[in-house]
Write a protein that binds this ligand. Structure first.
Ligand code: PTJ
Length: 295
């Protein structure tokens, strides 16, 4: 691995790149995973390389859902394993979710290596080796374990491809996806779309769990039912637009709203309003899945 100096302005991003590249060397990550990471990085750059408020909100709802689920499963691919194997194991232990390896560029060897990686990071059981083509898909992601993804009520899918996300949603499963691209089919098909860097997302979720575990089921359902995924998608796109406008203004020498008479920029209040609207539009996306889980 290339040594990245800690004071490099883009330290986190470069370390992540090294992790993915090391994943390829270990045979965990596919070469295509390098390209996927590049696309993710580009969107992370546009989003500001930080967890935006709406993403944090989606992460909180995801924690609530994983705790409420009867059979939650975390689907692990080559990129997720290279970036955050230890955190995925922690998330699984804290929520009771099963870990299952599910790959687009599937080889038995890579499945085995990812299972070993998760076990080396503390996992007891990892599904994936006995997968059968149970999903109506023409590619290898169709292969899932009956006891795992096939039977799950809530599935957490980092860096998904849009096809499987759609199929899982059609099977009435609740899908939580992490994808930095708010325009991707995955982000637009999932019930909860976390528009955040996968590493930040999982780490944030782990930190939230103790507080959520103190809550009653009723409180958790309230959080879930008040959620509207469209607001999260719109907010991510809005953030990108705002960031691009700020960059444009910088080049044109136009003063930022922030610098005008020291007043706060419009961004925060505007966002708050968008979030508050959320409660009013409650029970649209999530309540459908919620009802299913209550059956
Ligand atoms: O390990 P496999 O064989 O299952 O293959 C995994 C990849 C990721 C290669 C495969 O699923 C794939 O080709 O995915 P896509 O279609 O390139 O989609 C990946 C999505 O994840 C893109 O929309 C990226 O913007 C997004 N992405 C990439 N890196 C990150 C990310 N989102 C969050 N965090 C990241 N670190």
């Amino acid at each position: 691995m290339t040594e990245i100096p800690k004071n490099h302005p883009r330290y986190e991003s470069l370390v992540t790149r090294e992790q993915i590249s090391a994943g390829v060397d270990k045979g965990i990550t596919s070469r295509q995973g390098l390209i996927a990471q590049g696309r993710g990085e580009a969107f992370d750059y546009l989003i500001g390389e930080k967890t935006i408020e709406s993403a944090e909100y989606a992460e909180a709802v995801s924690v609530a859902l994983l705790l409420l689920a009867k059979k939650p499963v975390i689907s692990v691919n080559g990129n997720a394993a290279a970036l955050a194997a230890a955190d995925l194991v922690t998330l699984s232990k804290l929520t009771g979710a099963l870990l299952e390896v599910n790959l687009f560029h599937r080889t038995d060897e890579r499945v085995k290596k990812i299972i070993d990686e998760l076990k080396n990071n503390g996992a007891d059981v990892v599904l994936g080796e006995n997968a059968e083509p149970l999903l109506p898909l023409e590619h290898e992601r169709a292969k899932v374990e009956r006891e795992g993804i096939y039977d799950a009520d809530v599935i957490f899918v980092p860096l998904e491809d849009g096809d499987r996300c759609k199929v899982l949603a059609e099977m009435k499963k609740l899908v939580i996806a992490v994808d930095l691209n708010p325009l991707s089919r995955t982000a637009q098909t999932a019930h909860v779309s976390i528009i955040d860097n996968f590493k930040r997302a999982v780490s944030n979720m782990i930190k939230m769990i103790p507080e959520f575990k103190e809550m009653t089921e009723k409180d958790l359902w309230e959080i879930v039912e008040a959620y509207d995924n469209n607001i999260v998608l719109v907010d991510a796109i809005e953030t990108i637009k705002e960031n691009l406008t700020a960059e444009q203004n910088k080049i044109l020498g136009i003063e930022d709203e922030k610098n005008n008479n020291g007043a706060q920029p419009q961004k925060e209040p505007k966002k708050r309003v968008r979030m508050q609207r959320n409660a009013e539009i409650a029970k649209r996306v999530m309540s459908r899945g919620g009802d299913l889980m209550m059956e």
